[in-house]
Design a protein around this ligand. Structure first.
Ligand code: CA
Length: 428
């Protein structure tokens, strides 16, 4: 029976758009891992490197079943993220994808969480082994979206599951039986978003895995390089022929660590201001929004405050213009028993007076006809001050129709009996 062994290579590139690398990659003759960190510039690199640091502990002589051993370290990685988040709320919302393959000498134990991918090249044909834990993949599964549409969907990077330091996002575990000549590619979405399966297949068939990895990174950059791009390749060869290609990067037998995990990032707290990182965060890194339910609370509250301020300003402006408008209106109504012209509107908002007397006339309301009195008490709306003055004039005219003719007071007749005093009964 052929004894299989693993050749390996890990390569990463920050890409053309991002300021730092939040991916971590690992490759050894036992273990292949890709972790794509998220949580913005604040913590994505920390999440992927810490998770990878916990998982690579399984890269040793195995005592247990490989799948159980892998599960133990993946869960330890998750707890590690949970502890970091609990210790420093500034990194809340960070997380990472996990794609890991552990070789036990016969087969691979596989862990998958998120949208990093595992592909297999066998007999020149590429097959995607993993199923993305993404919103668009769920639409593809339901038959609502084709795979081609999913590739260009605006929300294609929105994850439904990722390692977040919580106990509600478990990884998928499975066994995988390799064959001689198989090549396995683990990659972050920085590759799969930029390079289609046909091009990945062509690149993977290159004679050496080192060249294949370089070619894949080159294609991702050529395709736009929007994201960090990480590729880890494992190749199944005969154990006896493992040393045949001394020019390969794995010829020294040492593990390869790339990306954030090789930089050993530290948590950035509020006390340790990092100008570079804070400017990157201000630009609203789309990676911060990848896991929708867990936007970092700091930015969420700042956005809320900005939103509320904008709403308050709009309401303030509307009220101000509204008040200005009321102060250009006039109406005629009663004021202390006389007819007056008011500026404003004939209504009040609680707490705000929207009218005041502009001019008071000498027209007494009691002198007006009943229907006029009623009108004045209700208030007569007009379109201008001139019209208001005209109405007052008309009212004044209506109560002074004709000056009564003076009637001479008759002289008292001394012969006439005195008029009886009020309440006095006249004498018979
Ligand atoms: Ca990514």
């Amino acid at each position: 029976m052929t004894h299989l062994a693993l050749r390996y290579v890990a390569l990463t590139d920050v890409g053309l758009r991002r300021s730092n690398n939040q991916d971590s990659g690992y490759a050894s003759d036992r273990l292949l891992v890709v972790a794509d960190g998220m949580g913005g510039a604040a913590a994505g690199d920390l999440a992927s490197s810490e998770a990878l640091g916990a998982i690579r502990r399984v890269d040793r002589e195995l005592e247990d079943d490989a799948l159980e051993a892998l599960e133990v370290v993946v869960e330890a990685a998750n707890r590690r993220l949970g502890d970091l988040i609990e210790a420093d709320p500034a990194v809340e919302g960070m997380g990472t994808t996990i794609e890991a393959m552990l070789w036990d000498g016969e087969k691979f134990a596989v862990a998958h969480l998120g949208d990093s991918r595992a592909y297999r090249l066998r007999g020149g044909r590429l097959v995607q082994l993993s199923t993305d834990h993404t919103f668009v993949q769920s639409l593809v599964d339901e038959g609502k979206l084709s795979r081609a549409e999913a590739r260009t969907h605006p929300h294609r990077s929105l994850l439904l599951r990722a390692m977040l330091g919580r106990d509600d996002n478990a990884a998928d575990y499975s066994w995988l039986q390799p064959q001689l000549g198989d090549r396995y590619l683990l990659c972050s979405d920085g590759l799969s978003d930029m390079v289609d399966d046909e091009a990945i297949e062509r690149s993977l068939t290159h004679e050496s895995i080192d060249v294949a990895a370089t070619e894949l990174i080159r294609l991702a950059l050529e395709g736009g390089g929007h994201d960090n791009v990480t590729v880890v390749i494992g190749e199944m060869v005969e154990a006896e022929s493992l040393d045949e290609h001394s020019e390969l990067s794995c010829a020294d037998g040492r593990p390869q660590i790339v990306g954030a995990a090789s930089d050993a990032p530290r948590p950035r707290t509020g006390q340790v201001a990092d100008v570079h990182d804070s400017t990157a965060a201000l630009a609203v890194d789309p990676e911060e929004l990848r896991y929708a339910p867990l936007e970092p609370s700091r930015w969420r509250s700042i956005r809320w405050i900005a939103f509320l301020l904008a709403v308050a300003l709009l309401i303030g402006a509307a009220l101000w213009f509204g008040y200005r408008w009321t102060q250009e209106q006039y109406f005629v109504a009663e004021s202390d028993g006389t007819v007056a012209i008011y500026r404003g509107i004939n209504a009040d908002v609680p707490g705000i007076t929207l009218r005041h007397v502009e001019t008071r006339s000498d027209v007494e309301v009691d002198d007006l006809a009943t229907f006029q009195r009623r009108q004045i008490r209700d208030g007569i709306e007009v379109s201008s001050l001139t019209e208001a003055e005209q109405i007052v004039e008309d009212l004044r005219d209506s109560i002074a129709p004709e000056t009564p003719a003076p009637t001479p007071t008759p002289a008292p007749d001394p012969a006439a009996p005195p008029a009886p005093a009020p309440g006095e009964v006249p004498a018979p």
